[in-house]
Design a protein around this ligand. Structure first.
Ligand SMILES: *Cc1c(COP(=O)(O)O)cnc(C)c1O
Length: 233
């Protein structure tokens, strides 16, 4: 192995170990938490190496970059779109994605549903919630999710699999805990609200700085990028 591959391997194992330890602390099974390796800060050889080390879920925040990389990376990987999706990029990205984490409006969801119907796809999607209410962040407010929930659930070509959030940047990482907890409580509330409501199995929350707290609070997918590619090229 090249030197950068050894470093990548150590980073990857380090993150998996820390997920497992957070699971142990909170009485969860590591099998219930997926690492989505966010590849936007890695170059192509590093991303390909990560797949060879065993990464199976890869995340990109830009639709264009996701589509390009999905066509080039070899291996049994599932691609996750985690960043803002414009409605005019839906058709570009939909054939490549396993899951769109960043559904931030009903208008976008309607477009995804429409294109999915045309392409005969049933994409999995997550509804992005701006729990902390920061202006700079996209997503539904918690109140909007609750009030629009029946409409959100009415689309037929998409599978609403859960919720996603980003915690604010804070000086003390413990301050992210209430944000993650709120997302979990919102999920529990929505899942019991409608008859034949979607199950909302997934909670996509936690990044390099705060993924352990997110796991302790119930994350089923953590989106980690910079920690994986630290020290590489
Ligand atoms: C970049 C990004 C991440 C990963 O962040 P890191 O701090 O590099 O781990 C996670 N989620 C979203 C939405 C992102 O844009």
């Amino acid at each position: 192995m090249m030197k950068y591959e050894l470093r990548l391997q150590a980073n990857f194992r380090g993150v998996l170990d820390r997920i497992a330890a957070a699971c142990l602390r909170s009485g969860r099974s590591p099998a219930d938490v997926r690492l989505v390796a966010v590849t936007k800060s890695g170059n192509m050889p590093a991303v390909q190496s990560l797949v060879e080390l065993g990464a199976r879920d890869l995340g990109e925040s830009r639709p264009q970059q996701l589509a390009e990389r999905a066509a080039l990376i070899q291996g049994p990987v599932r691609w996750h779109l985690i960043g803002h999706l414009q409605r005019n990029k839906v058709r570009l990205v939909l054939p490549f994605v396993e899951c769109i984490h960043s559904i931030d409006s009903t208008r976008l969801l309607a477009r995804v549903d429409e294109v999915a119907g045309e392409l005969d796809l049933q994409p999995r999607v997550l509804v992005e919630v701006n729990v902390s209410g920061e202006e700079s962040k996209g997503g539904f407010s918690p109140d909007e999710v609750v009030s629009q929930w029946p409409r959100i659930c009415a689309f037929r070509n998409v599978q609403i699999d859960g919720l996603m959030t980003m915690a604010p940047l804070v000086d003390d990482v413990e301050k992210t805990r209430p944000v993650f907890r709120s997302l979990r409580e919102l999920r529990d509330r929505l899942a019991s609200r409608l008859q034949d409501a979607p199950q909302l199995r997934e909670l996509s929350m936690g990044m390099s700085e705060d993924f352990e707290i997110a796991v302790e609070e119930g994350a089923t997918m953590v989106r980690v990028g910079s920690l994986l590619f630290e020290g590489i090229g």
